[in-house]
Design a binder for this molecule. Structure first.
Ligand SMILES: Cc1ncc(COP(=O)(O)O)c(C=O)c1O
Length: 146
């Protein structure tokens, strides 16, 4: 498990030209912008639609098998754009059939969800299935002491 404490806008340091990203259509604007600007190979899945997510992972896998690259799947613990809960448990379950690394932007979950406040992954019991956690000090942590 890696905690990203710098802006998620910098996720491009995790990928190179052989890699593919797969991400939820309702991801926050800076994820979408970064993906559009920097990633030639990217596939978007319909919001919280696990069947479509699987389809996009399949497309990504065809490329990474050829390129010897990797797939980075990006989603959120709590989807800020529409306040839905991310389907992290279902996404982690896809690791049985597909090879990918999972980055969860849990800006809205970290500090307030899960038994110890570790976030949405802890709340759904799949914390160890998350490869990169993104948290921010701008939300729950900033509220401590007020
Ligand atoms: C989903 C999500 N991620 C991250 C952030 C904050 O990111 P940063 O700490 O890089 O400003 C926000 C802020 O509104 C957000 O809504």
């Amino acid at each position: 498990m890696v905690i990203l404490t710098f802006g998620k806008r910098n996720f491009d340091c995790l990928v190179d030209k052989n890699d593919v990203i797969v991400y939820d259509a309702e991801s926050q604007a800076c994820i979408l912008d970064r993906a559009r600007l920097n990633m030639e190979k990217r596939f978007v899945f319909r919001h919280n639609n696990i069947e479509d997510c699987e389809q996009q992972l399949l497309r990504a896998q065809k490329i990474t098998n050829k390129n010897k690259g990797a797939t980075l799947l990006i989603t959120e613990g709590v989807i800020g754009m529409c306040s839905d809960q991310g389907k992290l448990k279902e996404i982690v379950a896809l690791k049985v059939n597909y090879k990918f690394l999972l980055l969860v932007d849990d800006a809205h979950g970290i500090g307030c969800m899960g038994k110890t406040g570790a976030g949405k992954g802890e709340a759904q019991g799949i914390q160890d299935g998350i490869d990169f956690h993104f948290g921010t000090f701008a939300k729950a942590f900033a509220g401590i002491g007020h």
